[in-house]
Design a binder for this molecule. Structure first.
Ligand SMILES: [Zn+2]
Length: 240
């Protein structure tokens, strides 16, 4: 970055420091995301997109993609509002709480591997950070605080497949995303470990299926070892 382009970001950075924080939901001054907005929009549930793509592991969402949750995700992701990361990490932790208390989930498990869906290379260049990975670090801290042996594992890499899925329907998205991920240098998890894929939002579920297929094959996972969580599920597909 160079020249005059630095000036607006310096100014906005200074203003951020000088002005009191405003809630991303209602604009009330005092916190980045006020308790009233959080309470109103936070609603963790098991979720299945409709139609549900074959091979989608069990999925829990912390909220619908609407209201202050939608604004918080967009602000943290597109406008680098990192002060929201902690709350978004807590939301993912709560979604994991829903997932691991399902009857299908083993009552005893070893490590809990949290695998963030990585940002595409172009998104990384544009935004300068991998937001889901940053939220996952908070999730790990919240889970460890309640003695759940969680760790963040950057197992997935983006390939050049599956570029831009905007405007594609569910089937076209699934085709577009085939082979969208490859594995980083990761050894298989220890026996008894469970693997949870982490993402910001779910729409058709195609990204999670593609990520799950890559992990299952490379790490030789049983389907019962895999789950997925997201901050928010798009509302039109929300199962109630
Ligand atoms: Zn608010």
């Amino acid at each position: 970055m160079g020249g005059g382009g630095d000036r607006p970001s310096l100014l906005s950075g200074l203003l951020e420091l000088l002005l009191p924080r405003a809630c991303v939901g209602c604009g009330a001054l005092g916190s980045a995301w006020c308790p009233t907005c959080l309470d109103a929009d936070f609603d963790p549930v098991l979720h299945r997109p409709d139609p549900c793509p074959p091979g989608l592991p069990p999925l829990a969402a912390a909220a619908s993609y609407s209201g202050s949750v939608r604004r918080a995700v967009l602000a943290a992701k597109e406008r680098d509002r990192r002060e929201l990361d902690r709350s978004l990490g807590a939301m993912l932790a709560t979604a994991i709480g829903i997932l691991i208390t399902q009857p299908e989930w083993p009552s005893q498990f070893g490590q809990l591997w949290l695998v963030p869906v990585p940002a595409s290379r172009s998104a990384l260049r544009e935004r300068g950070r991998d937001h889901v990975s940053d939220w996952t670090r908070w999730t790990v801290r919240f889970l460890q605080a309640v003695r759940i042996p969680a760790r963040s594992v950057a197992a997935l890499r983006r390939t050049t497949a599956g570029r831009d899925s905007v405007g594609l329907d569910a089937a076209a998205r699934a085709v577009n995303l085939r082979g969208a991920f490859s594995m980083g240098p990761v050894r298989p998890p220890p026996p008894g470990a469970m693997v949870v894929i982490m993402d910001d939002i779910v729409t058709t579920g195609a990204t999670l299926v593609s990520a799950g297929a890559c992990l299952s094959t490379a790490l030789d996972l049983d389907p019962s070892q895999l789950g997925t969580v997201v901050v928010a599920a798009t509302q039109r597909d929300r199962a109630r």
